[in-house]
Design a protein around this ligand. Structure first.
Ligand SMILES: Cc1cc2nc3c(=O)[nH]c(=O)nc-3n(C[C@H](O)[C@H](O)[C@H](O)COP(=O)(O)O)c2cc1C
Length: 487
């Protein structure tokens, strides 16, 4: 039904008796008051319509202007439009990093600073974003059973990963196109990770040279490999990772076919060009523009651009070309050969079945990263957290298990570890930080996670991350039954 049909028609509305007796404008006897009333009503309606129009047309303005962005943790969380919708509780979205008290504040700061097409690239999930939403919902399903009367005056949030201490059980996930968020963002993320004492994984689709990142003092450096193009590409990248002292090689196996991130596509006029409204919107984000491409030019895929045909080396064209060259026949056989050629730690990232994780152990991998690529690839994929207990049960202590997807809080990390992970990858959490304020922003994200982890361990009645176990958790849906059993 359309709106006009739904509107109540005043002529058919029953009149109160007193009004029915009074003459109205039909016979002209009370024309002035009738006209006055109608005029007031018309004015009120116009004012309402104008107010509504102004509100919707100024949405972009209000999103950019205030220092606070409305709080939102609904399932539509990925849409920047949602930020304009409501409430009084607002995340900090200004420029003073010290006022960012949560990762969500950094997210709001990043949204304010970035043009829409970059925000959509950062946030987007595949298709209906069900996998993206599930990552958050899977975490929300678990509740804590905290222990009381435990001496938590000394707490230890560090752990051991591949035989070496890491300050928190977190590694910075490999992410591509980081140069869009902040100039030399790969380098800035690596510096922040080194300062925070956690590993940094650099993506094949990164924008800073491997040899430059490798020079960051104190860095635990991991390299992520996408298998694309002729064998020469893979061999070159693997030997460079070795020469540059990478501790681990991550082979990502869930992106041989590129996910359909529709919200990001809507900002593009073609796979290789942003549309006109995105261009205009970019002009409306002067800090991003001036600090980024006006000063440093467009980023490029520094580590792989040499393999791209000369006429396709611009940022978007090369991304498109590389995606088209992904090895769609990637097999366990090839992963086994990579295993043989790589003497250090090997992590297989993007596995989502118990069988595949067991297979990874059989071919001699050192770790699996259970991941649905932050909900960006196959929509409706299970959340890695859903699978985690079964993977831990099947693998025992044979492999290191990393998990990712939606990790934004100390409590998220605690849940993942209690369910069997050795550490988590954080993707967007640190990207919000780097997009908000470069190295300092990324470091702030990692500091927030460490502070929350430390506080939450204390609240949970646990002294160290190594003491975390599934008995500290209960599924919300089984709370009553489990409450009776877990005494
Ligand atoms: C903007 C962006 C780019 C990404 N690029 C890569 C990549 O190049 N290689 C890769 O293995 N994973 C990539 N990922 C997936 C992340 O490594 C990680 O699995 C995911 O971000 C975890 O989910 P989270 O963002 O909710 O923490 C990317 C994720 C994002 C958000």
């Amino acid at each position: 039904m359309d709106q006009i049909e739904q509107m109540p028609m005043p002529t058919t509305a029953p009149e109160p008796a007193s009004q029915a007796r009074a003459p109205n404008g039909l016979d002209g006897s009370n024309r002035t008051s009738w006209q006055g009333g109608a005029a007031v009503a018309a004015l009120a309606m116009s004012a309402g319509v104008l107010a509504l129009a102004a509100r919707s047309s100024s949405r972009g303005f209000w999103r950019a202007a205030p220092s606070f962005a409305p709080a939102d943790r609904t399932l539509a969380w990925a849409s920047p439009a949602v930020l304009a919708s409501n409430p009084r509780r607002r995340f900090y979205a200004g420029t003073n990093l010290g006022r960012a008290v949560t990762v969500e504040d950094l997210r709001a700061m990043a949204h304010r600073r970035l043009p829409g097409f970059v925000t959509e690239y950062l946030e987007a999930g595949g298709e209906d974003e069900a996998a993206l939403a599930r990552n958050i919902a899977a975490l929300a399903e678990w509740r804590f059973l905290h222990r009381s009367m435990v001496d938590v005056s000394h707490r230890d949030v560090s752990t051991t990963l591949f035989g070496r201490k890491t300050e928190i059980p977190v590694a910075v996930a490999p992410t591509g196109f980081n140069g869009l968020f902040w100039p030399h963002a790969d380098l800035r993320l690596a510096q922040a990770a080194a300062e925070a004492g956690v590993p940094f994984a650099q993506s094949t689709m990164s924008n800073d040279l491997m040899s430059r990142v490798a020079q960051v003092p104190g860095l635990r450096y991991w390299w992520q490999l996408y298998v694309f193009g002729p064998t020469e590409v893979r061999n070159t990248l693997i030997s460079r990772a070795r020469e540059n002292g990478c501790e681990a090689l991550i082979v990502t196996v869930d992106a041989q076919v590129y996910g359909n991130r529709e919200w990001h596509h809507r900002t593009m006029s073609s796979p290789t060009a942003i549309n006109w409204s995105s261009r205009f919107d970019a002009l409306m984000h002067p800090d991003w523009l001036a600090r980024g491409i006006l000063t440093h030019g467009m980023p490029s895929f520094e580590n792989v651009v040499e393999f791209v045909p000369k006429d396709k080396r611009s940022l978007f064209k090369s991304a498109h070309w590389i995606r088209s060259q992904m090895d769609k026949a990637l097999s366990w056989d090839l992963i086994s050969r990579i295993r043989e050629s790589w003497p250090r730690k090997l992590i297989i990232k993007g596995l989502l079945t118990v069988e595949d994780c067991v297979r990874a152990a059989e071919i001699g991998a050192d770790a699996v990263a259970i991941s649905n690529h932050g909900g960006r690839q196959l929509d409706w994929a299970v959340a890695p957290l859903d699978l985690l207990p079964a993977v831990r049960q099947a693998l025992g202590d044979r492999l290191t298990i990393l998990v990712d997807g939606g990790m934004r809080r100390g409590t998220d990390i605690i849940k993942a570890l209690a369910l069997g992970a050795d550490a988590v990858f954080v993707g967007r959490a640190v990207l919000y930080g780097v997009a908000a304020a470069g190295r300092k922003g990324a470091k702030r994200a990692l500091d927030i996670l460490r502070e929350e982890l430390d506080r939450d361990l204390g609240l949970l009645g646990v002294r160290s991350v190594d003491e975390l176990n599934p008995r500290l958790l209960v599924r919300a849906s089984e709370l009553r039954k489990a409450g009776a059993e877990l005494h």
